[in-house]
Design a protein around this ligand. Structure first.
Ligand code: SF4
Length: 348
């Protein structure tokens, strides 16, 4: 509102600096334009941020951190499944924020605004396995509010919950459903990086959403774990029909975005040894060139990633990354050298 930067927005600024979009720019470019009352709300907001009349048109509720995955780049603040591993690793366990779940109060609040709402964003944890998410969908269905836009951030591990099939029982009736799936790798690499993944099931769910012509896009969290394998994800998107590159497109099709990891810092791709960065750059560049030739397109695929790779490295961080990866391997009976050999060759 004041047009001044804020230190709390650091992650968005960092994503924008390497040439990617951010939650902040998404809100500015899409959301602000779609709400008619923005000017009115700004006018009625006091200098301390308070506002007397709140007509909630856009809801962004994280009901809890309940999640069935324990992705390597995540932590217990966002996923309940991380708790045991975090304890075993002697990590700090937060006792507030995600752990306190006032879901009943939030559902009641939502009920009282159910006639005003225009758009709801569900994230988590994993929203599709949350009771509260189902309650909200039933509430909207009962009120025949199929005009409400639904947006999701999901790991897409399941499309069913408590006997309800989200596709058939809900989403097909709503006018606008936007699903952002998280995908950091393909096959067993996905199962290793995003622990909890059953690749066969995930692949089936993705194909179902693609075939159902849902408005589907993907967030790829780019870290030292998966940066070597981003070409495999693009190839997977082509194989399931999620992206269809063609020579008339001026830009990369909007089927996926990169979230380059900034924290924990040791996961940043910039901290890899020079030899690893070079190996990775060459692999992705070779793929990009063959992609351009194959589909006769001029646009590039990995600019944000190359920018991140070019940033100054801190070798001590890569040492921390190795230790952390090996420690998690032991705890989870997994093996980086078996699953990610292109990466582990730089561990010696
Ligand atoms: S699915 Fe999302 S919330 Fe769950 S562990 Fe992975 S990154 Fe964290």
């Amino acid at each position: 509102m004041t047009e001044k930067g804020d230190a709390r927005c650091e992650i968005c600024y960092r994503n924008e600096a390497v040439g990617g979009g951010s939650f902040r720019t998404n809100v500015e470019n899409n959301m602000v334009k779609s709400f008619s009352r923005v000017g009115e709300v700004i006018q009625s907001t006091q200098a301390d941020g308070s506002c007397e009349e709140v007509n909630l048109e856009y809801w962004d509720f994280r009901f809890s951190n309940y999640c069935n995955f324990k992705c390597r780049t995540c932590n217990p603040s966002y996923s309940t499944s991380w708790l045991e591993d975090a304890k075993a690793m002697g990590q700090y366990i937060p006792d507030q924020g995600g752990w306190k779940n006032n879901s009943e109060g939030r559902v009641k609040l939502i009920e009282s605004y159910a006639d005003k709402v225009k758009e709801i964003y569900f994230a988590g944890g994993e929203p599709l396995i949350m009771e509260e998410h189902l309650k909200v969908l039933n509430l909207l269905k009962d009120k025949k509010r199929f005009d409400v836009k639904l947006r999701y951030n999901s790991n897409l591990s399941t499309l069913n919950f408590k006997g309800n099939d989200f596709v058939n029982d809900f989403w097909k009736q709503f006018k606008d459903v936007v699903i952002s799936g998280s995908l950091d790798a393909v096959g067993e690499k996905s199962e290793y990086i995003r622990s909890g993944t059953n690749w066969t099931q995930l692949d089936r769910n993705i194909r179902r959403l693609v075939d159902g012509k849902f408005n589907l896009n993907f967030n790829i969290t780019v870290s030292s774990l998966n940066v070597f394998y981003l070409d495999e994800i693009v190839e997977y998107f082509i194989s399931v029909g999620h992206i269809k590159p063609n020579k008339h497109e001026p830009h990369r099709s909007y089927g996926f975005i990169y979230n380059v990891v900034h924290f924990p810092e040791f996961y940043r791709v910039e901290h890899m040894p020079d030899a690893a960065k070079k190996f990775c750059y060459n692999k992705l560049k070779t793929y990009e060139e063959s992609f351009q030739k194959r589909f006769e397109v001029k646009y590039t695929l990995f600019d944000e990633v190359f920018n991140a790779l070019n940033a100054k490295s801190n070798p001590a961080m890569f040492e921390d990354f190795k230790l952390y990866t090996i420690q998690l391997d032991k705890l989870r009976a997994e093996s980086v050298s078996k699953t990610l050999p292109e990466l582990s060759q730089f561990f010696d």
